[in-house]
Design a protein around this ligand. Sequence first.
Ligand code: CP
Ligand code: NVA
Length: 309
Amino acid sequence: KEKAGLKDFLHITDFDKDTIVKILDRAKEVKALIKSGEKTYLPFKGKTMAMIFAKPSMRTRVSFETGFFLLGGHALYLGPNDIQMGKREETRDVARVLSRYNDIIMARLFAHQDLLDLAKYATVPIINGLTDYNHPCQIMADALTIIEHIGQLEGTKVVYVGDGNNIVHSWLLLAAVIPFHFVCACPKGFEPDEKTVEKARQAGISKIEITSDPKEAVKGADVVYSDVWASMGQKEEAAHRRQVFQGFQVDEELMKLAGPNAYFMHCLPAERGVEVTDGVIEAPNSIVFPQAENRMHAQNAIMLHSLGL
Ligand code: CP
Ligand code: NVA
């Protein structure tokens, strides 16, 4: 970025462990401040954020917009029909125009390359609000939630059950920075990106396992994590995937195998009765709502870091 101190937030591995830990600590601090009712901490005062959404959203839109407002700034929602990046106008033009109006840009897109292009041409920080490849803000919120409930992420066993998708890629990239035990149990043919698995393994700090046996995988888990079987952009494959993913539903039986201390997490939105049962989401050890809340707190800290504040 032209101006010193401005940083994109595109992948967890763009940062070292100290920085990730610093952002998570900051998230805790600012969360406490907001929760205390403090209204005078306004680091984003006078700043604006453009939020580009090529896909639907509840959490990402509401948590970014609310968080930015609570800390003094103003966020603009640009939905799928508004700027139509890449269709009505080239990404590099969108990047340069928005950079002249706004202090920071958050984008939720299909192709990851579009996000990289946006980052290349923008002169303000770009925050990744999910692409087909990854979802780093979600995984920062998840890490914060695990730290709050277990005390630390380091050394815990996180078992993801389902599709080897964007959420898994962000887990793998986090495992390249912070040491923990990450297991992805997915049907054959639905494994995460091979290069990303390699990257996580090569960092050499976390234990990484990819398996097609969820029952074996969840044994001793601190966290069992689930996500939809058909992500945004794959909804026409949903019926086929429901067949292929039989046996990968997180149900009461699977949680029993994980043990009484295992928490259940899900980035949401969830399809109850598909990838997870209603009973598991509603159980006392399900922490999906604190997890959703932490999106806002993690992102506030990410934006503070990106803006050098
Ligand atoms: N978890 C998440 O990103 O939710 P939304 O799709 O509702 O933003
Ligand atoms: N894998 C899901 C995550 C939604 C937050 C998707 O991309 O649709």
